[in-house]
Write a protein that binds this ligand. Structure first.
Ligand SMILES: [Zn+2]
Length: 280
């Protein structure tokens, strides 16, 4: 005779407790499945780029550069070339000289502004020019003058937009080039050129009326002490309009060499990338 083993009163769980144990097991299993699915979804999700980086090539390049510090800014596309010109000799187009685009790792932020649609705009300069500008602005402020950098480094795409808009306004590339350089030919590509304004006379920004500001007067008297000079004074040999707001930094050997007239025998030394360092 086989006796059925009966659970002892202490082994047999009461009905509510067995239900609870069952549901607890299911809950753990569901959590595990959800965790696996979420992990898979996150690992396959495309990398999120904030709107600023997506809209500005420089922001995107900076983001790439920070995530992989060995990446320099990607080589720019071949710019417009005048008839018969090649990259083997100095290039000029419509009175403007060709300039390579600065390495992004050599640039640093000098100012930021709120722009349309809530976007923040940042202005960059080569670190040497940025440091000199900071010292110059401090000295000017001590004299009661407020110098504001409103446009620094530009990549070729930004310059292309500006140039094409000017062609629309002026009617031809030749007329447009008297006030805006074609892409690939702007001093702003180097990171050493900057458009300056008077913080106390903003109505005279990027205008010939800038000559009537305290900032311009101060710059003419002291700019060279900090390594800055006017790029396009009146009656300049390049045939560019007088731009009292546009200054370039020539206070380092590389910057000075960059803006010297080049010959077939001279070649520009390539600046080595320097990594940005941040401090609080
Ligand atoms: Zn300029």
């Amino acid at each position: 005779m086989v006796l059925k083993s009966q659970p002892s009163p202490t082994q047999q769980k009461p009905e509510p407790q067995r239900c609870l144990t069952l549901w607890s097991g299911w809950a753990r299993l569901m959590l595990l499945i959800i965790g696996v699915v979420l992990s898979w979804a996150i690992s396959t999700m495309p990398v999120f780029l904030p709107p600023l980086a997506a809209q500005f090539p420089l922001g995107a390049a900076l983001q790439r550069s920070l995530s992989n510090p060995t990446l320099p800014i990607p080589p720019p596309p071949v710019p417009l070339l005048a008839q018969g010109e090649t990259r083997d000799r100095p290039l000029e187009l419509l009175g403007h000289r060709h300039y390579d685009q600065a390495f992004i790792d050599n640039l640093t932020v000098v100012s930021s502004y709120g722009a349309a649609k809530g976007i923040q705009r940042f202005e960059y300069l080569h670190q040497d020019a940025a440091l000199a500008l900071m010292k110059m602005s401090d000295a000017a402020r001590a004299d009661g003058v407020w110098i504001v950098p409103v446009s620094g480094f530009r990549d070729q795409e930004r310059q292309r937009q500006l140039f094409e808009a000017q062609v629309q306004r002026q009617g031809s590339p030749q007329s447009a080039a008297q006030s805006v350089a074609p892409p690939g030919y702007s001093e702003h590509h180097t990171g050493y050129a900057v458009d300056l304004a008077d913080g106390l006379a903003r109505a005279k920004d990027i205008s010939r009326r800038f000559v009537d500001t305290q900032a311009f007067e101060w710059l003419m008297a002291h700019g060279q002490d900090f390594g800055f000079e006017l790029s396009f004074p009146e009656d300049n040999p390049q045939g560019i309009i007088f731009e009292p707001w546009h200054w370039r930094y020539v206070g380092s050997a590389h910057a000075q060499h960059l803006f010297e007239p080049q010959t077939l025998e001279t070649t520009l030394p390539k600046p080595k990338p320097r990594w940005l360092t941040y401090s609080c």
